[in-house]
Design a protein around this ligand. Structure first.
Ligand code: AMP
Length: 277
């Protein structure tokens, strides 16, 4: 595996390599969730490139940019073992040279839920993903369903701006107790780690109610809130029931729907979701 830090090196590599390229954008501190994307890219492509870049423009001023876990040497070893061909690990100056102004104007899909709690977040995500797509020019790019609204924002952007790439979605990888893998999980104290299972338990409970026939958005939200109310170490940020394409909150989950939760465990904010139907 080759590791590079500049845009010019990625472009040079891309010109020299033949075949279909799969790109896996990440912020590093890799875990089995990320590696499942690399494995999917490996199965479906001739060459696999992974980017590791903690993108400052997707963090708000009061968010955890400085605290975000970084472990590039370990990431390099994991990617090497996973059969990745290129690791692109740029610095912030390489991705955002002084004077950078332009960004992606994300649409209504980026407004509710995460968009409402994290103003500017999806603009930052969409902009860095667009840049990575322009730099690496992959045939396919791989994203996790863990970040469901992000995936919807990127699908929308690629369609609206005619970006010649196929967006591939991969299922959420979980711990045996149900906690979705996340780089931020390593911040959890042992007590917080035990309590963090409440996110997936809340989704389980709402999904159970849905299977029994409950379709009212508010009843499903209330079911999730009820599970959180029993876990004092977790502070619920939101429990949403939304349309999987637009992410607008649903009064009635008549067709396909997404259950979405965000919650604080101490200083660590985690998200999870479940697709219904
Ligand atoms: P991140 O490094 O957190 O920005 O994530 C990079 C990519 O990995 C995103 O497309 C995420 O949705 C995906 N990802 C993160 N955690 C998981 C997980 N537990 N299962 C599947 N994909 C994941």
């Amino acid at each position: 595996m080759k590791m590079v830090t500049t845009v010019a090196e990625v472009r040079g590599w891309r010109r020299a390599e033949r075949g279909r390229l799969g790109l896996v954008p990440t912020m590093g501190a890799l875990h089995e969730g990320h590696l499942s994307l690399v494995a999917a890219a490996r199965r479906e492509s001739d060459r696999v490139a992974t980017s590791v870049f903690v993108n400052p423009t997707q963090f708000g001023p009061s968010e955890d940019l400085d605290r975000y876990p970084r472990d590039l040497e370990r990431d390099r070893l994991l990617l090497e073992q996973a059969g990745c061909d290129l690791l692109f690990a740029p610095g912030a100056e390489e991705m955002y040279p002084a004077g950078t102004e332009t960004g992606i104007d994300v649409g209504p899909v980026a407004v509710p839920l995460e968009g409402e709690r994290r103003p500017g977040h999806f603009r930052g995500v969409a902009t860095v993903v667009m840049k990575l797509l322009q730099i690496a020019t992959p045939d396919r790019a791989y994203f996790g369903e863990k970040d469901a609204q992000q995936l919807a924002v990127i699908r929308r952007m690629v369609r609206d701006l005619n970006v010649p790439v196929e967006i591939r979605a991969c299922p959420i990888v979980r711990e045996p107790d149900g906690l979705a893998l996340s780089s931020r999980n390593r911040h959890l104290s042992p007590e917080e780690r035990r309590a963090a299972v409440v996110l997936s338990q809340a989704l389980n409970e709402a999904e159970r109610r849905w299977r029994e026939g409950e379709r009212h958005g508010e009843a499903l939200r209330e079911a999730m809130r009820g599970v959180f109310a029993r876990e004092p170490l977790a502070r619920l940020d939101y429990a949403g029931v939304a349309d999987p394409a637009t992410f607008r909150e649903l009064d009635l989950a008549a067709g396909p729907a997404m259950l979405l939760v965000a919650a604080w465990l101490g200083r660590t904010r985690l998200i999870d979701n479940r697709r219904l139907g």
